[in-house]
Design a protein around this ligand. Structure first.
Ligand code: WT7
Length: 650
């Protein structure tokens, strides 16, 4: 990557920043040499009901994985995100809400108002029978009630599990059932990009596949008619009239679960990633403050959806724990047109803006005219997350949006990590476009040889990325399946947390994430297990076999490429392609919609019947010359057919 230009820390960034290079070096060293002392100090950023005396208890040795931080401490996450700010910041805006339509007036919700809403909401949940430890599934649009619902759960010790509003009824039902939720929270409709998703109707379909005792609480967002089933379905606004205003936060152990969030892996159904209370909040609040260089009074905007971990950690928990003003946006970057992001930044004088490379590439593709004429001078820090950013998009973001004056923090992390692990700090890190740069405090990245698992000691290295020790924000288990947790992350490379990503470390020790090395693909920053799409495809009666791989896509980063073998007697057609595409959308949701479907009379298999995905990946990437050894295939000739058909498809 010698063609990549170095962007050194500018004086203005250094002046403003909470952490400079010397501090970073000193703090990083201490965090590694003396984690107990380091975290004993930094846990003080939270209000504890009972201050922890035991800081870290971790075992990374397979199979007895155990991760505990601050284990004898007690706190309440909602009290840390709301109550403790009331004295000094009661009147300050906690949440700015910008609706899908620019014609709807924005809302400014103060900490005082947030407190009132969350207490009411918590009392409604209690009234519906929810108590400490119960699971609540949240299936909502990007509306303030989504944050109220999360914080209300945290207030009473219930464990929330948010399901992205773009997921289908089937996917929603699977998640409700997996965590055995007591209540589902939804809305009548979800407006997005000028269209509406019928959330309550989706919820009704999902609930048909769930136990009779699951209750449903509905937020009125749009006001359209929906079906309400007596005894099962309740309106939030009606319930709120029947409950009191006050709700004391419950004391929770630091290791009590805060939420479950389902994410895709390389095999089987999505895993319920479990995050707990104390370590997660220390981690998200500290990274939010230092990575975005957040100062009191700043207006901060993370453009993610709360259905993903980015929304959990960096719209709700991190910012609110810091008493920040966090902007929540219901819409999409291209509605009404491709200037919406820039209009929102101008309107609310946003200081920090955080989005995904796919959005940057899409907007860059629409042309600079959508940016021009907007006053973006409030911006101080830009961020990216979700996938590697190509230097071209980085430079566009830097020059066109940041006017060459704001640092870009390219934050590498995962649902599993709770918050940022490898990231620049605005006043400390010289930037290289496309590199997530250096580890955050307490993070010990290691590069391993993929095959042997040997640690690569040389600074310059290429291999798989693992982490040698725990950090407070790490996931603790897979809900209901601790064995799967150990097997997924700690078995292949023993003694380490394995990220599933490949990476390169350059001569300066900077990390460059190269993408997943497992059967997970990253589509527009959304994580998709190829196995999930395959099982959706083969559940269609006309499909006998399917293999799904990622391929490079200009805007989405990766697209979903499906090889499909039909049942005997079925004929390939454009119509069938659409039918299969719709089928996958129904099984999983629009985000899993196949980009390309290639009908393949045969798939490349070993003699023992295993599909050679490596070959399929290479064909999808147009890399016909590097298919590798095909002589071990049961029928090597299928490869030529696949290539011919692939060329026709594109
Ligand atoms: C995967 C995790 C982290 C919140 C959003 C996605 C990829 C994430 C970066 C980055 C290169 C990145 C990795 C990772 N990824 N951030 N800055 N540079 N790749 O969370 O759905 O759990 O996906 O996203 O491949 O493993 P997720």
């Amino acid at each position: 990557m010698s063609d990549v230009q170095l962007h050194p820390v500018q004086d203005a960034w250094k002046e403003r920043a909470l952490i400079d290079k010397a501090q970073y070096d000193e703090m990083y060293k201490r965090s590694i040499d003396d984690p107990e002392g380091f975290w004993k100090e930094h846990m003080q950023r939270l209000d504890w009901i009972k201050e922890p005396t035991r800081i870290k208890a971790v075992n990374f040795e397979y199979p007895d994985i155990s991760i505990k931080w601050f284990e004898d401490g007690e706190l309440n996450v909602s009290a840390n995100c709301i109550d403790r700010h009331l004295k000094d910041k009661g009147e300050q805006t906690a949440i700015i809400w910008e609706a899908d339509s620019p014609d709807d007036e924005a809302q400014h919700i103060s900490y005082q108002q947030l407190h009132a809403h969350v207490c009411k909401f918590a009392n409604v949940l209690k009234e519906m029978g929810v108590s400490k430890g119960d699971r609540v599934v949240i299936y909502l649009p990007m509306i303030p009630q989504a944050a109220y619902a999360m914080l209300a759960c945290a207030r009473i010790g219930a464990v929330h599990s948010i399901v992205f509003a773009g997921f289908s009824p089937d996917a929603l039902a699977d998640r409700i059932n997996d965590c055995d939720a007591k209540v589902l929270i939804t809305a009548d409709h979800a407006p997005r990009g000028g269209k509406k998703t019928p959330l309550k109707a989706n919820a009704d379909k999902a609930l048909k596949k769930c136990g009779d005792d699951v209750k449903c609480l509905t937020v009125k967002r749009v006001g359209d008619d929906v079906d309400m089933q007596d005894g099962r379905d309740f309106w939030l606004h009606e319930m709120e009239e029947t409950v009191g205003n006050d709700c004391d936060p419950v004391a929770m152990n630091a290791e009590d679960p805060l939420f479950i969030l389902y994410t895709s892996g390389s095999t089987g159904k999505p895993k319920g990633v479990v995050h707990t209370s104390g370590g997660y909040l220390v981690w998200t609040s500290m990274t939010h403050e230092l990575v975005f260089d957040y100062h009191p009074g700043d207006i901060y905007w993370c453009g993610a959806d709360i259905g993903w971990v980015t929304g959990h950690s960096y719209i709700v928990y991190g910012p609110l724990a810091n008493g920040a003003t966090t902007l929540m946006f219901e819409g999409v970057p291209t509605y009404p047109d491709a200037s919406r992001f820039w209009k929102v930044i101008e309107k609310h004088k946003v200081n920090q803006f955080y989005t995904a490379p796919t959005a940057i590439r899409a907007l860059m593709g629409k042309g600079d005219s959508f940016v021009e004429g907007h006053d973006l001078s409030s911006l101080k820090v830009l961020g990216t997350v979700g996938e590697p950013i190509n230097p071209e998009a980085w430079e566009w973001y830097f020059h066109k949006i940041g006017k060459g004056k704001t640092p870009i923090v390219d934050t590498w992390w995962q649902t599993e990590t709770g918050g940022h692990l490898i990231t620049p700090l605005p006043g400390a890190t010289d930037l290289k476009p496309g590199s997530a740069t250096n580890p955050f405090f307490g993070v010990k990245p290691v590069m391993l040889e993929a095959e042997s698992g040997k640690v690569i000691e040389a600074t310059e290295a290429e291999g798989v990325l693992a982490i040698a020790d725990s950090w407070p924000g790490q996931m603790r288990t897979v809900y209901g399946d601790h064995e799967r947790f150990a097997n997924t992350y700690f078995q292949q490379y023993q003694g380490y947390y394995f990220s599933g990503d490949g990476a390169r470390r350059d001569a300066d020790g900077y990390y460059w994430i190269t993408g997943r090395v497992d059967d997970v693909i990253n589509v527009s920053g959304h994580r998709m297990g190829t196995a999930e799409v395959e099982s959706a495809l083969v559940s269609h009666p006309k499909v006998s076999e399917a293999a799904v791989v990622g391929y490079p896509h200009d805007v989405k980063g990766q697209g979903i490429y499906c090889y499909v073998t039909l049942m005997a007697g079925e004929e390939p057609s454009e119509e069938l392609r659409n039918e299969l595409r719709n089928h996958v959308r129904e099984e999983i949701g629009p985000i899993a919609s196949p980009d390309l479907i290639q009908f393949a009379p045969g798939l490349p298999k070993t003699r023992s019947g295993k599909i050679m995905r490596r070959i399929l990946r290479k064909i999808a990437e147009d890399q016909y010359d590097s298919l590798g050894d095909t002589s071990t295939l049961a029928e090597p000739e299928v490869v030529d057919d696949l290539i011919v058909n692939h060329k026709d498809l594109k």
